[in-house]
Design a protein around this ligand. Sequence first.
Ligand SMILES: [Zn+2]
Length: 404
Amino acid sequence: MRATLANMAPQGFRAMWAELAEVGRDGGTGGYRRFAWTRTDAVLREWFTGQAEARGMDVVTDRAGNLWAWTVDPDAHGPGLVLGSHLDSVPDGGAFDGPLGVVSAFAALDLLRAAGQEPARPLGIACFGDEEGARFGVACAGSKLLTGALDADRARGLTDAEGTSMAEAMTQAGFDAAAVGPDEETLRRIGTFVELHVEQGRALVDTGAAVGVASSIWSHGRWRLDLRGRADHAGTTRLADRDDPMLALAAAVQEARAAAERAGTVATIGKLAVAPNGVNAIPSSVTAWLDARGDEADVRTVVAEVGAAAGVIPVEESWTGPTVFDAGLRDRLAAALGTDGVPAPVLPTGAGHDAGILAAAGVPTAMLFVRNPTGVSHSPAEHAEEADCLAGVAALARVVQELG
Ligand SMILES: [Zn+2]
């Protein structure tokens, strides 16, 4: 099935994009706050289900809370080809990280059907839950629960900033927290998974291509630094008498940058909890979270150096090893998406994705990236031009022709 696709009509893509535009949007920053198992999350799940049903797809929720829309029964005719991504966001996130992959998957199916091409294999569109880990601190929680990479009991016990556990949040959202766990039945239905995602860097800008194919994902982890001191008065306590954990934090922040530069990795301290968090109080404690990505040995070195600078041993909260996507699949898609015999660009990324979790679990997996003109991501300024998004849709439709 390699018939030429009609030119993409932008209306369907635009309509879906417009429907999502205000969901979970913060009026002040313009960024998105779409966190797992919240009311906003429920609205996004309802939107996904509505889009699937409008296309005659059946939607099933797996034991990890991820949504799967299927054109035909994958148990009877599968395994199938699955497209998709996630709809949740980081705090004050952009519009594209996640939703672009889901919207583009629906639009790609529309494009194929407009050309009279129903996918030969069952086509699935996935909406992974809690990809960003913004609420409970573990990234790709939905896909990790699905594959067993995240222990179900540990997940249920994770708490958000208000002290609500994931189990409680799931229950409040009407999901059976007790049933959460690895889901072999769902995994068996996935013959191949292809996730389209906005690029989170500027590699494609330099190639001049709107769409590229992923080669690998760096290993990455999150660590917690528990810095203890003694609360005291900011005016009356002599400097020499202070035990101020903010100084250890400052050393940690500086060392994260310096150590990452030495190691050729990236490292970031972007989240803090300060107690008592008063302008006129020396803190009693500062909790800082360190995100580090790159080659595993280099990352471990950076984390140890940051801990030494701060005088603590960092507590590992999550770790994801490197992902190298299926080379045969990657090359096949790069060739299929190339022009004039020149393959589409192949590039690595420092961002984690559900595709990496599935690849690690043995699912043949590939990723497509859509050009991001500024490279900015996890920010309200995240952007992709509509023409590039439509090129991504056409690329996904081409993937279905190639693999479906
Ligand atoms: Zn994402």
